[in-house]
Design a protein around this ligand. Structure first.
Ligand code: 5GP
Ligand code: MG
Ligand code: MG
Length: 179
């Protein structure tokens, strides 16, 4: 598995620092709100697990799963709900937690859907942002760090469902995905 990594972009320690900083900011912003963190599976699961423990105000969590990528590296534009949320959204201040904001198509679809369910507010939180890849007009309210336009894996992010368990984030060797 480690042989497939060309370069480590963010170490475990670096990621932990980012998440702590985001958790502090979110705790400050949501102290008088009714926070419901919504994690978009599966990529954000590692980030979510760390971020929720870096948040010091009361919060609830829920999960949804959409598919937009299949096993490849390019957005198909098709977003399908694989698993919906359990909690009705009325009265909640939603924080949508994503692993990476790339074209923005996935998140823009999710946002519209969640907005239609009448939550009190919605904000977006993404660990990674690739702003130059955006095809729809969307910006996150909380961004961990911007990343270069390369395909990254680890800390929840997969290629073909692999590499999610790497504790750091790295760039795959192009030959691994036939690039
Ligand atoms: P978007 O709809 O913004 O183009 O795509 C968002 C989703 O694409 C992310 O949640 C993630 O699953 C996947 N994605 C985008 N860029 C990368 C990347 O560099 N590495 C990995 N592993 N997944 C990515
Ligand atoms: Mg995601
Ligand atoms: Mg994926």
């Amino acid at each position: 598995m480690l042989n497939d990594i060309k370069e480590v972009l963010f170490s475990e320690e670096y990621l932990a620092n980012i998440v702590q900083r985001m958790g502090k900011q979110i705790s400050e912003d949501y102290k008088d709100k009714n926070l419901l963190m919504v994690s978009v599976l599966k990529g954000s699961v590692v980030f979510m697990a760390d971020l929720m423990r870096a948040i010091s105000v009361p919060c609830r969590v829920d999960f949804m799963s959409v598919s937009s990528y299949g096993s490849g590296v390019k957005t198909s534009g098709v977003v399908k709900i694989v698993k919906d949320l359990d909690i009705p959204l009325a009265g909640y201040d939603l924080l949508v937690v994503e692993d990476i904001l790339d074209s923005g198509m996935t998140l823009s679809y999710i946002l519209e859907l969640l907005q239609s369910r009448g939550p009190r507010s919605i904000r977006l939180c993404t660990l990674f942002d690739k702003p130059e890849r955006r095809t729809v007009d969307i910006t996150a309210d909380y961004v961990g760090t911007t990343v270069p336009d390369a395909f990254i894996v680890g800390y929840g992010l997969d290629y073909d469902e692999k590499y999610r368990n790497l504790p750091f984030v790295g760039i795959l060797k192009p030959e691994v995905y036939g690039g």
